[in-house]
Design a protein around this ligand. Structure first.
Ligand code: B12
Length: 219
């Protein structure tokens, strides 16, 4: 669908909305926000806009960044553009009518500032009925322990986007176990996979839906 491709391209170019002067070639022209609104009003499924529009654009950014074709400032603009779209989708992805099912503690591990994926997990688990305690980014193991003591969640979700910071995940699990907190943990993020998750005693979550299914199976 053309509109979804346009949204993906606008994310990749880092143009959040018509107010944004970045990139100069698109100043004053509709950005991600306007195109997402248009897609919603045309009745395109919010989930489709998310995956085939916003996330598809971010995938392109990831490839270009990895190949050294673009740098951190461009990636930051793309993240801003993606967030502008996610904000508009939020009310459609999260339905207020579902009954509350328990607490899910979520955070990006220490040393890691990536939060786009974590925020999507938050939106979709909240939408499915969990009260999400979002500890944010760069969260040290002790903070997870404190939050589990305080909120007694159904489960904990950890996100990491760097091969270095995914090594924090076993540390969090270790700290929870040493504190006698036997709470199930689900881990996700681009470098994480099934076998890594299994090796540290956690469940693997490829995407936010995996977190929803994991939580549903527990509760
Ligand atoms: C955006 C981005 C940034 C932005 C982050 C902005 C923000 N607010 O998040 C900025 C510019 C700050 C950034 C910084 C850096 N980044 Co960066 N970044 C990216 C990029 C392009 C996209 C990540 C993203 O948001 N993807 C979109 C979301 C939706 O996908 P996702 O996060 O994977 O989440 C999905 C799933 O993984 C899953 N999920 C995620 N978490 C969880 C948790 C649970 C519980 C569950 C169930 C599921 C789940 O659900 C999500 C939806 O499906 C990736 C490239 C890539 N392909 O991942 C590089 C990437 C992750 N970054 C990279 C690097 C190297 C860096 C820097 C070190 C660069 C530098 N030289 O400074 C710094 C590190 C900063 C730090 N200390 O954290 C590398 C990592 C390499 C590696 N293997 O370790 C990557 C892979 C780029 C590359 N190809 O080289 N980055």
């Amino acid at each position: 669908m053309n509109l979804l491709k346009e949204i993906a391209d606008l994310v990749a170019m880092g143009h959040p909305d018509s107010q944004s002067k970045y990139p100069p070639s698109l100043a004053g022209q509709p950005g991600v926000a306007e195109k997402v609104s248009q897609a919603l009003s045309e009745g395109i499924e919010p989930q489709c806009i998310l995956t085939q529009g916003l996330m598809a654009g971010m995938e392109v950014v990831g490839r270009r960044f990895g190949a050294g074709e673009i740098f951190v400032p461009e990636v930051l603009m793309a993240s801003k553009a993606m967030k502008a779209g996610v904000e508009l989708l939020k009310p459609h992805l999260a339905s207020a009518s579902v009954s509350r099912r328990g607490v899910f503690v979520l955070g990006t591990v220490q040393g890691d500032v990536h939060d786009i994926g974590k925020n999507l997990v938050k939106i979709l688990t909240e939408g499915a009925g969990w009260d999400v305690v979002d500890l944010g980014t760069c969260v040290p193991a002790e903070k997870f322990v404190e939050a589990v003591r305080q909120y007694r969640p159904v489960a904990v979700g950890l996100s990491a986007l760097l091969t270095t910071t995914m090594q924090e995940m076993p540390k969090v699990i270790e700290s929870l176990r040493q504190s006698d907190l036997d709470v199930p943990v689900i881990v996700g993020g681009a470098p994480v996979n099934e076998s890594f998750a299994r090796s540290i005693g956690a469940e693997y979550g490829r995407d936010p839906q995996a977190a929803v299914e994991f939580l549903s199976a527990l509760n």
